[in-house]
Design a protein around this ligand. Structure first.
Ligand SMILES: [Fe+2]
Length: 508
């Protein structure tokens, strides 16, 4: 039995497509344009709104022997209520093209709020796996659960957090706060040889081709692929999707010998948009999601949009300079207006998905982390003043980047005992926890809760993710720890759980 016939009989090809598959085959000219396994990078969905969601896949072409670029490949997509794909609600046709590395992105509209859907793709008679997704709910919402992740360095460990997320049934969405890939060559930040996870390409990624290959390697990874197929994702990049400690005009890990920053940055951004299930909007990463009356989520770009260059770790004068920007003036104005309107609309929880630690998390003196909001203190103060002046309540800042787990209140000053928001920092999926990388950082994290009253929980020794669970009364955070990163596991342990009562901006 050939694969197409099997798929039709087993119901994996939507009934509506069973008759049109030959047309697809004819339209691409020759089925040789795709190989036997054209969907080896899986499927993904993302950026759920009440009536639409992004669907993503990639079709692997068979490249012509003469070195010319492969022709466009016609792809059919479907989305519907049934996992077997029968009676799909919407179907359509898209084109996988060399200009987008044969990735396909569809904004499937006309859906109902708060519903689970299944989706899939076919090309040249081959069907993709079936993905599962969920639209954002509208109106009254009882409960929402999100998994929050960051920092998945491929050569340094298994994606155990993604495995568990893939096996979790009831998430509204997965939030990926950056360092979804890393730019380094093998051996620079972990050698993957020992666990069979040598990065591709093996050298540091700089060109568009490099960034595409690195993304492709991640999308071929089983645990990550399953997590994408199971839930919609809402993603932002951090620095390593381009280069370490990136800012608007450069990066720590970029110099002139590697070409121009603007070209490298453009390559990184292009590959990201090709390979990630993110809606492509004029405001870039900055966008927002409403989950009925229970929660709003705004995603920020603290990296490439408007960030001034990082200062030195002991330069308090620069860190406190009023003109320094982390978001840039346009994004900052959008963000502030959004917080105010969300408060006025009566939405309970205001989630802020962003990259770098917001609250003062080291001693604020010297040395501090100049890459976090500690290095842009006037910008942080403007956020806090806006929250205060407009009485924006129940703000939950979600953070990645620092390979450690933190639960913090957010005081207006370093020594203040007030709090205007809470911050939940996700540990790394597979990058080395900072406490394992450095003895002084281990002590800094260990001592933080005793030294600073607003730090309610800190852990610098574990990998994992944060589960955020919301209802009208409280926001609950569970830090799930996934064990040694060089061992494949699928079950986590509870590292800590903290709750914030609505209206309190406190964590206990
Ligand atoms: Fe990271």
């Amino acid at each position: 039995m050939d694969r197409r016939r099997f798929l039709m009989m087993s119901g994996l090809l939507p009934a509506g497509l069973a008759g049109s598959g030959c047309a697809v085959r004819m339209q691409v000219g020759a089925s040789a344009a795709v190989g036997e396994n054209p969907f080896q990078h899986g499927v993904a969905s993302g950026d759920p709104l009440p009536d639409r969601v992004i669907l993503w896949t990639r079709v692997s072409p068979v490249l012509p022997a003469d070195g010319s670029s492969a022709p466009d490949i016609s792809v059919e997509w479907w989305i519907g209520a049934r996992e077997d794909g029968r009676s799909p609600l919407r179907t359509g046709r898209a084109s996988a093209e060399a200009a987008r590395d044969f990735t396909v992105k569809v904004d499937a509209a006309g859906l109902e709020p708060g519903q689970r859907y299944y989706y899939g793709f076919t090309a040249a008679g081959h069907a993709s796996r079936v993905g599962r997704t969920r639209t954002a709910p509208a109106g009254a919402v009882e409960r929402l659960r999100f998994a929050v992740t960051s920092c998945a360095n491929y050569p340094q460990g298994y994606f155990n957090a993604y495995r568990e997320i893939a096996d979790t049934d009831d998430l509204q969405a997965v939030l990926s706060l950056g360092d979804y890939i890393y730019e380094y060559g093998n051996g620079t930040y972990g050698d993957g040889a020992a666990i069979g996870r040598v990065p591709q390409p093996v050298h540091e990624i700089i060109t568009l081709r490099d960034y595409r290959l690195r993304h492709a390697q991640h999308k071929a990874e089983t645990d990550l692929q399953d997590a994408h197929a199971q839930h919609p994702w809402i993603v932002v990049w951090d620095d390593h999707e381009s280069a370490n400690n990136a800012w608007n005009g450069g990066a720590e890990n970029h110099d002139d010998s590697e070409g121009s920053w603007s070209e490298r940055r453009a390559a990184a951004v292009q590959a990201y948009y090709e390979w990630m299930p993110i809606r492509e909007v004029p405001t870039g990463l900055y966008r927002s999601f409403r989950f009925g009356e229970l929660a709003d989520l705004v995603m920020l770009d603290t990296r490439l949009e408007g960030r001034d260059e990082q200062g030195a770790a002991d330069d308090v004068t620069l860190a406190t300079a009023p003109e320094r920007q982390l978001l840039g003036p346009i994004q900052e104005a959008n963000f502030f207006a959004h917080l105010t309107s969300t408060q006025q609309a009566g939405v309970r929880w205001k989630l802020v998905g962003q990259q770098v630690v917001f609250a003062p998390w080291t001693d604020g003196k010297s040395p501090f982390n100049p890459d976090s909001w500690d290095g842009y203190r006037a910008a942080r103060q403007r956020v806090l003043e806006h929250i205060d002046a407009h009485a924006v309540s129940d703000v939950v800042i979600l953070t990645g980047d620092v390979h450690s787990a933190w639960g913090m209140e957010v005081p207006t000053t370093l020594d203040g005992d007030d709090s205007l928001a809470i911050e939940l920092v996700a540990p790394a999926v597979s990058s080395p926890p900072i406490g394992q990388a450095s003895e002084s950082l281990r002590k800094m994290v260990e001592n933080a809760p005793a030294q600073r009253g607003h730090v309610k929980f800190a852990d610098g020794m574990n990998n994992g993710y944060v589960l955020v669970d919301l209802d009208a009364q409280r926001a609950r955070a569970e830090w799930r720890f996934t064990g040694p990163r060089d061992v494949r596991t699928s079950v986590s342990t509870l590292g800590a759980a903290l709750e914030s009562r609505s209206g309190s901006s406190r964590l206990s």
